[in-house]
Design a binder for this molecule. Structure first.
Ligand code: 6PG
Length: 252
């Protein structure tokens, strides 16, 4: 799906793309804090963004950001306890939250390990609705930045190919099923993702090359990949490395 405000930034390595994405997140945070007094971001899970979080948690970026005005949410979470190796929350604690002075009340974990996954999704949607303002009147909550990854099958957040969650138009978070463990998840939906002011998609590694080419190409006939349905009102920037882009590195 073409998007007028779409940009692809290529870097030689995942370290380079992570550093560049961290600088971009920091710049958006400073702008949001200046304009709206706070920065509200939804973070991506998985492994690719860990180096971005490490860069935000270290000088100079750590000391550039006013963490007292940063509010962090999750784009999706697995139905596991917060200290489980599969938890996106645990990953974020390890790579960022344990190393910066963000007030605990401004870290909003999805309690996907709650007994009832449907209640967890409903409750988290109300947390986000209460705390994140829409950019457009009566629209979905608008994150200043929504970070996303890309799976080799073209999934993003926990929106997997063929998932009923892809058709959701009224809710901002819903339960979802993953073909790989942890199987049960809570995911943000496309209306929420596409209401973001900026969506940054981080893609690294040769194993993502086919999915990335499909996502950046025009939608083929038939079912578009979940990540092809990411077409935010705001800006869409792909931070990719050579291995995923399969081309010479061209820094922006
Ligand atoms: C998750 C993410 C998921 C991830 C992709 C890519 O909770 O796992 O939301 O969408 O971004 O699966 O994962 P890697 O970065 O580990 O390749």
């Amino acid at each position: 799906m073409s998007n007028l405000l779409r940009e692809v930034r290529r870097y030689a390595t995942v370290e380079d793309l992570s550093r560049a994405a961290a600088v971009a997140v920091c710049a958006e945070a400073e702008a949001a804090i200046k304009i709206r007094g706070r920065f509200a971001a939804a973070v991506a899970g998985g492994h690719t963004p860990t180096r971005l979080y490490d860069a935000l948690a270290a000088p100079p970026l750590r000391d550039r950001l006013d963490w007292s005005k940063v509010h962090l949410y999750f784009g999706d979470e697995r139905a596991v306890p917060p200290d489980d190796l599969g938890s996106n929350f645990r990953m974020l604690v390890e790579h960022l939250l344990s190393r910066v002075a963000i007030p605990k009340a401004q870290i909003h974990r999805i309690e996907a390990d709650a007994p009832d996954i449907e209640t967890a999704a409903v409750e988290y949607a109300s947390v986000v609705t209460r705390n994140v303002k829409p950019a457009r009147a009566s629209g979905p909550p608008s994150f200043d930045v929504m970070l996303l990854g890309l799976g080799a099958d073209g999934h993003t957040a926990s929106l997997f190919p063929g998932s009923p969650a892809l058709a959701e138009t009224q809710r901002w978070f819903v339960p979802a099923k993953s073909p790989v463990p942890p199987f049960v998840r809570v995911t943000s939906t496309l209306p929420l993702i596409n209401a973001a002011r900026q969506v940054f998609v981080l893609v690294s590694g040769a194993q993502k090359a086919e999915a990335l080419a499909a996502v950046l190409g025009e939608a083929e006939d038939g079912q578009p990949l979940p990540a092809q349905l990411v077409a935010p009102q705001g800006r869409l920037v792909f931070f990719v490395d050579d291995a995923a882009a399969g081309r010479e590195s061209v820094n922006d």
